[in-house]
Design a protein. Structure first.
Length: 311
């Protein structure tokens, strides 16, 4: 089961990783609210079609609808608006890296909000390792001169905090549902939330027709980064705790680097390789895959550090 969780985590990162690039391309021509409305509506339509093809129905429980409405606001509406707005002012790579602060918020919030998800030495070690890997990935961008504004940075950071709250909330309130029911309902509610606000603020009928690149990025966001990604996300929260699920934000920037190499012919550096190794090692530690080896490593470290006559 642990290795299955690792596979699901990597799949989720592979779907969410390109989203920051798609947002950056699309938001150049499509206003943020309109972009989010298009993303959630495309994702909702995609999942509803799949749901109907399996002869499943949306839930009828009012309490469940309330929980899904909260989740739609915490995980889709507010953070995606903040991300889309923020990426007008900061680079997509910086946005994906800032998104990596989600586990920091999650591990602290989960300690106080979830009874069976306390901070442990292994979780702290995994978070530190993952953050170290993120730091190695961000160094080249900082030395090259990343353009950013204070409000853009704040918007993406707040979005990361909301993701942390959403992960904990979904773990506590939305487990055990039939496949696709939760994400299909959640995205449908997000569409209803975004529609009146978008029509009132953006007035999308007045904007110029977007280019094929912008529209293609929007469709990719809706299907790959939303519809398919949520299928994997809800499978993962069934078997992993909230802190572990949040570790996906450490892997997302790695896929951004891989896309840069394959698509933009960028060169791999030692920062990239070392950061990738630290991130994967951190994920393995948080998931308990190295629990049998960590005590041995600690004993060896203590033995190596000891010397006669030392304090």
């Amino acid at each position: 089961m642990k290795w299955k969780n690792v596979l699901l985590l990597v799949m989720l990162a592979a779907m969410w990783g390109p989203s920051f690039l798609f947002i950056k391309v699309a938001v150049e021509e499509i206003p943020p609210l309109t972009l989010v409305l298009g993303r959630v509506s495309i994702g909702a339509i995609f999942l509803l079609i799949v749901l109907l093809s399996q002869r499943r129905r949306l839930p009828r429980d009012r309490r469940l609808w309330k929980s899904l409405a909260v989740m739609a606001m915490l995980h889709n509406t507010l953070p995606w608006v903040l991300l889309s707005w923020g990426e007008q002012y900061i680079d997509s790579s910086l946005a994906s890296i800032l998104n990596g602060t989600t586990p920091i918020f999650t591990i602290v919030l989960a300690h106080f909000m979830v009874e069976d998800d306390r901070i442990t030495s292994s979780k702290l070690l995994g978070v530190v390792l993952g953050f170290a890997g993120l730091f190695l990935l961000i160094v080249p961008s900082l030395t090259d001169g990343v353009q950013a504004t204070t409000w853009g940075l704040v918007a993406v950071a707040v979005a990361a905090a909301l993701y942390g709250v959403a992960i904990i909330y979904s773990r506590e309130h939305l487990r055990g549902l039939p496949p696709l029911v939760a994400p299909a309902t959640q995205l449908s509610l997000a569409t209803l939330f975004m529609l009146p606000v978008t029509l009132l603020v953006d007035r999308p009928w007045t904007m110029e027709s977007p280019s094929a690149a912008a529209l293609g990025s929007l469709v990719a966001l809706g299907i790959l980064g939303t519809g398919l990604a949520f299928i994997v996300y809800y499978r993962l929260i069934e078997t992993a705790d909230s802190t572990y699920v949040s570790m996906v934000t450490y892997i997302i920037p790695v896929f951004g680097v891989i896309l840069g190499v394959l698509v933009l012919d960028e060169q791999l550096t030692w920062h990239t390789l070392a950061g990738f190794a630290l991130i994967l090692f951190g994920v393995m530690v948080v998931n308990g895959l190295l629990d049998n080896h960590l005590p041995v490593l600690r004993r060896r470290a203590m033995r190596d550090d000891y010397s006669p006559g030392s304090d």
